[in-house]
Design a protein. Sequence first.
Length: 175
Amino acid sequence: MSQSGPRCDHRRRGPNLCLPTLEPFDRSARATAPASAARITPVSAAGLETRAVRQVASEDGYGLVINARVDVFLHPFLAGAGPGTQEELVPEAVRRANAYLEAGVDCVFPITLWEADALRRFISEVHGPVNIVRLPQAPSLAELASLGVARVSWGIPLYGEAMARFEDQLASLHE
């Protein structure tokens, strides 16, 4: 757990959904290190933080939903890994996801997991609800539902689209 305590201070935030970043990795390693070398927080440390967040919310009678991010797929995605590369990462992602569920999270978020076969395997081996981000290369919403995805997040692609439009607007000011 961080020195300052749980990162989700529900007393200052209104919504009852918490997406703790349990798996920060060293972004400087992204360009030079292989996926397995990305420094992701050990599951035991993330589990302690999850338990602390859950305990504080429960003691205060606050109905908190904790959606824990699983970053195993993120580093390779950001490094440009293409199709057919996610299946080998599933065992580690499942291990981490199930540890977070055991620690008290309500849902797991394997950010940037989009390959249908890897997603199917991940969902079948995880003991709780799965949230994914809606990437353009991901299966359709109907396919995601049939695979058993519990929640789809649109934030990343919507943010990217908004920023692209903003850049276009800025560029038009120079014309």
